[in-house]
Structures are given as structure tokens and as C-alpha cells.
Design a protein around this ligand. Structure first.
Ligand code: G3P
Ligand code: MG
Length: 253
């Protein structure tokens, strides 16, 4: 079976360049671009009124100046929040990004995205996928898109929107489960996204033998991740793309 002709980068900036700017914002994606990263990982979920937004947590408490659950929030309410000042004074005034605005920015910068369908506790994976997939598929070429999730219902539903040759799906694992192969086959996965300290070399070997790309989240110390490149891992999804770029550049000299 074929997959989209994706050129995977060694580095994917996790939630944008989240060590340098407030995570999952337009500014964090611009920062990733300016640092020389060509792909970002972003989380998408729905507000209570059904608007898809780029956000990780189930609430706004950690990453804004307000409080409350996304599930009960309208777009108008969300736009009143400052989602930058928690990270640093220079980011004051940053607003929560809609999926629409983020897709426009990714196209402006010609960047690729590993879009994580973030199904937080109690939220409906089907409604999320039904809203997100048409928008994403009409905005981005298949070569600049991987849709990933921990949620198997979400991934299976994504597959209804596009076949294997035109949509790369990534299966997220914490520890690699015994039935990892079945889980990947069930959705026609392109890639496996592993929590890097829990991935074993023998597992990586088997995944590569079966033809899967391996992406690892979220290594932030480039020297600690050294061995994983030799296991055939394609990409590190990192908060610290510049540290990796410096380290890898130095090592190649
Ligand atoms: O997609 C990789 C990584 O982002 C998964 O975990 O919690 O950072 O979304 P989390
Ligand atoms: Mg994520």
C-alpha cells in the first residue's frame, strides 16, 4: 500500500517552538519557522460552540490569564483570553488560534504539520474529527500533513475521510503495546509516534521492518537522543529545535 510522498524532517517543533514561545500559538509556529524548522506538531480540539482551536489542555487554566473548560467555552469567550502573558511579558496579547488561522499560517510559511487530534477526557472524538478533517484536507496537501492521535476511534474515523494513499495517519503510543501491529494495521498507519524513553531498540527494528516511519516525542536533550537516530527513527518531535539543530550541525562537521 502506498502513502503520500512525505519528506519527513529530522525535527518537528512540538506545539510550535514551545521552549521559545507560548505553545500552540501562531507566534510559536512563526518562531519554529524562524529557527529553521519546517514542520510543527500541534494539538487540535473543539470549543463548546464547535469551533476547532489549537490547544492542548482540556481547560485554559495553565496557558492563559483565565479559567474554564474548553468544552463550555464559546469562540467569543476564548478570544477574550490572553494566552501569551503566562509564558512571558513580551507575548502579552496573544490570542488562542483557530484551526482556520493556523492552517492559513502553515500555508503562508509552506510548513508541514503533524496535527494531533487531542481527545481529552469526556470529549467526543467523532464530532472533533467530523469538524477538523474536511477543513484540514481542503487546506493542506497530503505531502505536508500527518494526522495523529492517541485515540483509536478518532484515527479510525479520520480514515473514512481519505484513503491511505492521500492521508498519512500516525498512531501515538506511550509504552508500545503488545498489539501495536494490529492497531497500526487497523487504521492503515503511515507512522508510529513513540514516547522516546520507552521505545526499545527491538521494537523500533520491528516497526521499521514492517515499513512504518518512527517519530519520537518529546526529546529535548539532543545528546540523550543520539542512539535513536541509529535505530532508524525519522523525526524527533521536540520543544527545543534549535538545540537539536546546533547539535546535529556540529556532529555532521
Ligand atoms: O504528538 C506528540 C505529543 O504531542 C503527544 O503528547 O501530550 O504533548 O500532546 P502531548
Ligand atoms: Mg500533542
Amino acid at each position: 500500500m502506498t502513502h503520500p510522498a512525505i519528506t519527513l524532517p529530522a525535527l518537528i517543533a512540538h506545539r510550535g517552538y514551545s521552549a521559545a514561545a507560548p505553545e500552540n500559538t501562531l507566534t510559536a509556529v512563526r518562531a519554529a519557522y524562524e529557527a529553521g524548522t519546517t514542520w510543527v506538531e500541534l494539538d487540535v480540539q473543539l470549543l463548546g460552540d464547535g469551533t476547532p482551536v489549537i490547544w492542548h489542555d482540556s481547560d485554559v487554566n495553565r496557558c492563559s490569564d483565565g479559567r474554564g473548560e474548553l468544552a463550555t467555552m464559546t469562540w467569543q469567550q476564548a478570544q477574550c483570553l490572553d494566552v501569551g502573558s503566562w509564558f512571558g511579558d513580551s507575548f502579552t496579547g496573544e490570542r488562542m488560534a483557530s484551526l482556520e488561522a493556523m492552517l492559513a499560517l502553515l500555508n503562508e510559511l509552506d510548513m508541514g504539520v503533524n496535527l494531533e487530534i487531542k481527545v481529552n477526557k469526556g470529549r467526543d472524538p467523532i464530532a472533533l474529527v467530523d469538524t477538523v478533517m474536511p477543513q484540514v484536507l481542503s487546506a493542506l496537501p497530503a505531502e505536508r500533513l500527518i494526522v495523529s492521535s492517541f485515540d483509536r476511534t478518532a484515527l479510525a474515523h479520520c480514515r473514512h475521510f481519505a484513503p491511505q494513499e492521500s492521508l498519512a495517519l500516525g498512531v501515538l503510543f506511550g509504552s508500545t503495546p503488545k498489539d501495536w501491529r494490529n492497531q497500526c494495521e487497523a487504521v492503515g498507519a503511515y507512522s508510529i509516534h513513540s514516547h522516546w524513553p520507552r521505545l526499545k531498540r527491538t521494537q523500533a527494528d520491528a516497526m521499521r521492518r514492517d515499513g512504518y516511519q518512527i517519530l519520537c516525542y518529546t526529546p529535548n536533550d539532543p545528546s540523550a537522543f543520539d542512539s535513536h537516530w541509529t535505530w532508524g527513527v525519522s523525526s524527533a518531535i521536540t520543544d527545543e529545535p534549535e538545540a537539536f539543530l546546533r547539535y546535529l550541525g556540529h556532529r555532521r562537521q
